[in-house]
Unconditional design. Sequence first.
Length: 121
Amino acid sequence: MEPQDDPRFIKGIDEFNQGLFFECHETLEEIWLEEHGDDRKFYQAIIQIAAGYFKLEQGVPAGAIKLWRTGLDKLEPYRPVYLGVNADALGEAVKGHLQQLEADPQKTVAELNPPTIFLIC
């Protein structure tokens, strides 16, 4: 089975897109724990980005900033598209949110309007 065909992968992306960032983190972590190849850091990038939005929901902007930075670093080698994910669009959206939150740590998740992860088939 190809990684993008794993129902947990689709579920994790869907959870992210619904704003269920903790659930996305948990779902994709199952795959990440099993993965020992090239895809491992890609999953970790999405997990860290989702965890950053969750931290911001909890009112911990410093945690969000840290997680987004590390997630973006891990996502970079997988641009523009990897496993059907438009990594370019995701990376640019998160980078914009990172800049906004660094400029104004009082920003909320709702004000930032989290990105949608687009799958390109």
